[in-house]
Design a protein around this ligand. Structure first.
Ligand code: SAM
Length: 244
């Protein structure tokens, strides 16, 4: 598993959005060889954790950064194969750079195996693409202000014609939609637990999606997608040159 015999390496693996079959082949192979598994419990499917033969499995939910880094450093120092399992793709809201920095201080390298982000599982759930020709050339991935973010740029970002995907916003759908500069009849959707068996898709407009999500009882683990692309084949797209 290490890149060479001398180097101490921790593998950061994207678990995918929920469906355990949406982890990469490489990620699954690493899980199958892991001795120690530190996983993001709230959004990683327990089936992936159960299937790993790792002798030590630790849920990182509620753990302090220093404790996570210390645990990984200690176990890799003992010669164990350590996998850090993140939900979706580790590059989106994974707080990985501070883990990498902590490990680097101890001369421990990190290798990253990408995963399928929930933002792409949400597009799959909606049977659409985020960039239909003539509808949107841009995907904005962002999050609302909240406990851990002082200021967001939702009002500014929503002035350009783009598809917007909001992470970490399930408790803030009303605030987000109030800040949006696009017209109230702009299509919008909330996808709860994309790719999980209890996936829910709520569709509406910027004007009513927050109310609809609240009525459906969605307060966590969801993405808000805004823009005509939400409507897929009914988005008003033009045929792509690619297939002309
Ligand atoms: C800490 S972020 C992790 C995102 C993850 N790295 C990814 O690429 O999907 C957690 C947020 O991602 C979104 N999320 C993660 N998994 C999801 C899923 N299966 N369906 C809908 N939203 C999800 C929610 O907005 C949640 O609050």
């Amino acid at each position: 598993m290490p890149a060479n015999n001398q180097e101490k390496v921790i593998w950061f693996v994207g678990a995918g959005p929920g469906d355990p079959e949406l982890i990469t082949v490489k990620g699954k192979a690493l899980l199958d060889k892991a001795d120690v598994l530190l996983y993001a419990g709230s959004l990683v499917n327990p089936a992936l954790v159960t299937a790993s033969p790792a002798m030590e499995k630790v849920d990182s939910w509620g753990m302090k950064l220093d404790d996570m880094v210390a645990l990984m450093a200690d176990r890799v120092g003992m010669g164990k194969k350590v996998v850090r399992l993140h939900s979706g793709d580790p590059a989106l809201y994974g707080s990985i750079v501070e883990q990498i920095a902590g490990l680097k201080k101890m001369d421990i390298a990190v290798r990253i195996v990408p995963g399928v982000s929930s933002v792409f599982a949400a597009a799959a759930a909606l049977t659409t693409e985020y960039t239909p020709r003539g509808v949107s050339d841009t995907l904005i991935i962002t999050r609302p202000a909240g406990k851990t973010l002082e200021k967001d740029y939702i009002a500014e970002l929503s002035q350009i014609p783009a598809t917007m995907a909001f992470f970490l916003g399930s408790e803030h759908f009303f605030e987000i939609t109030e800040k949006l500069a696009c017209p109230k009849d702009t299509p919008a959707a909330v996808i709860f637990h994309a790719s999980w068996p209890d996936q829910k898709i709520i569709t509406g407009t910027v004007g009513d999606i927050a109310q609809k999500a609240q009525a459906a009882g969605i307060h966590r683990s969801a993405l808000l997608i805004v823009g005509k692309a939400v409507r897929g084949i009914d988005s008003g797209y033009q045929r792509s040159h690619l297939y002309s």
